[in-house]
Structures are given as structure tokens and as C-alpha cells.
Design a protein around this ligand. Structure first.
Ligand code: FPP
Length: 248
């Protein structure tokens, strides 16, 4: 149950991380299948390698003292994959939580899930619910797992919730809408990273990404290392974020 020390200012400076870090980073972990194919191995081999990357990246986010990390683990479209691959992913989700939960909890990580868990087999749903329950009072990194998540489905769910509450249409503003998303209460999404060369959002955090910076990298997810994350954060820091305003 290792406790990870936060990087000091000197550590950060030695990495070139001298400005304000993003509070909330979202990652589209892509390329597990291609990584496995390059090695003439089944896709499940790539997903298994993918959890090793995730292990390393969560720890890096802890050490960087980020507020939130959201990863796209299973989209509403991923049900279209072969049943065997879907089952492998379910097993890996459980394996990941079982292996990591003590260390994540010891490092004050709060685990939450974004998406409709009801569609998953009980073993997956219960594992995730237990992880969220156990870590709900932790005040360190919020680690959000998108599971059966789609940005459009999330927006529709918010619309339905607000309609069902009987809210006066005139009172519906961005704050009320955001409060009805899975990400309610989380810091604004600052940076979206997508691995494996694709340059699209694929239904990931559609509302939340409105003002986020995007960094695309050709690195396949199983090859993505803490140094890649730090390089992508440096790229984010170099950008001037205007939020629609004029910046001199
Ligand atoms: C995309 O690669 C990856 C996924 C759809 C699943 C992401 C899952 C993991 C990283 C493993 C476990 C996750 C957790 C949360 C424990 P792809 O299969 O689409 O790759 P390809 O585009 O090269 O085919």
C-alpha cells in the first residue's frame, strides 16, 4: 500500500512544469487493439497492457496533485464489440479495481463512475459501486471512470432530470445543467488527451469539453508513460486560453 509523495516545486521545475497545471484532465485511451496487433497478439493482450498504463498514469496524476482525471474506459458504443472482447474488458475493470483499491484509497483518491452502470453485469456494477462507496470521502484526486458513458446520453439524462424536476424553463441555466451531469461538482475540464493518432472526441465529455484544450498524440495507449503525460501538459501550458475574450 504505497503512499506516493507529491512532486515538489523543484521536481516540477525539473520537468519544465512551471506554470499552472490543469485541474482536470480527460484521456481517451485509444490504441490497445493496434498495439496488440503489432505484436500479433489478441486485442485482450492490448487491453491488459492498457491497464498497466492506467496504473502508471493515475499515480502520476496523484504525484502532480491534479484535482481530477477522467478516463474513457467503456463507451455506449463499445457494446458493439465482439462479446468476448466486452467480457475481457469487464474482467479487467474488476481486476484493476481489486488490485488498485487499497493503494488508491491510501492515497486519498476518490473513485467515481460516469455512465449508466445498470447495463453491466452485477459483478462489474457492484465492484464499481463498492469502490465509489469506499472512497467517497477522500479528498485527493478524483478518478472518474467513464463506463457505459456517452456524452449525448449524459446530456439527454440531464434534460430528462431537469424536466422531471418541473423546473421553470426560464430558470434553466448552465449551472443547473452542469449540476445534472455526472461531472457535477468537478473542476472544469481543462485538457483532453487522445492517444493513438485519432483526432476526434467520440462522444467523450461533450458539454464539459467546451473550453478544453485538445492534445492528440500518436502514442498508443499501452506505450503512454508518465513522461508522455508531462509532455502533453507542457503543451497545454504553452497555449493561451482565451475563453472567448481578447487576451493582449
Ligand atoms: C481503446 O482501444 C480502448 C478501449 C475501448 C478500452 C479502454 C480500456 C482499458 C485501457 C483497459 C482497462 C480500463 C480500466 C478502466 C481498468 P481500442 O481497442 O479501440 O484500440 P484500437 O483503436 O487500436 O483498436
Amino acid at each position: 500500500m504505497q503512499i506516493h509523495k507529491l512532486y515538489t516545486k523543484d521536481d516540477l521545475a525539473s520537468f519544465g512544469l512551471t506554470g499552472a497545471l490543469p485541474a482536470h484532465v480527460g484521456i481517451i485511451m485509444d490504441g490497445n487493439g493496434r498495439w496488440a496487433k503489432k505484436r500479433l497478439m489478441p486485442r485482450s493482450f492490448g487491453h491488459r497492457a492498457g491497464i498497466e498504463s492506467l496504473h502508471n498514469i493515475v499515480r502520476e496524476c496523484i504525484k502532480l496533485d491534479l484535482k481530477a482525471l477522467t478516463v474513457y474506459a467503456f463507451s455506449t458504443e463499445n457494446w458493439k464489440r465482439p462479446q468476448q472482447e466486452v467480457n475481457t474488458l469487464f474482467s479487467l475493470f474488476i481486476e484493476f479495481i481489486v488490485k488498485e483499491i487499497d493503494e488508491l484509497d491510501a492515497n486519498r483518491v476518490r473513485i467515481i463512475t460516469l455512465g449508466d452502470l445498470a447495463a453491466f453485469p452485477d459483478r462489474v456494477r457492484i465492484c464499481m459501486e463498492n469502490a465509489s462507496e469506499r472512497t467517497k470521502n477522500n479528498t485527493g484526486l478524483t478518478f472518474c471512470l467513464c463506463l457505459n458513458y456517452g456524452g449525448r446520453a449524459e446530456i439527454l439524462r440531464a434534460v430528462r432530470n431537469i424536466a422531471a424536476s418541473g423546473a421553470d424553463p426560464a430558470s434553466i441555466d448552465e449551472k443547473l445543467f452542469s449540476d445534472n451531469l455526472y461531472t457535477a461538482g468537478l473542476p472544469e475540464l481543462d485538457l483532453v488527451i487522445r492517444t493513438a493518432g485519432e483526432q476526434r472526441l467520440s462522444n467523450f465529455l461533450l458539454w464539459q469539453a467546451a473550453y478544453a484544450e485538445f492534445v492528440f498524440t500518436d502514442t498508443l495507449w499501452p506505450d503512454y508513460k508518465p513522461e508522455n503525460l508531462r509532455a502533453n501538459i507542457i503543451e497545454f501550458m504553452k497555449r493561451t486560453r482565451r475563453f472567448g475574450k481578447v487576451v493582449e
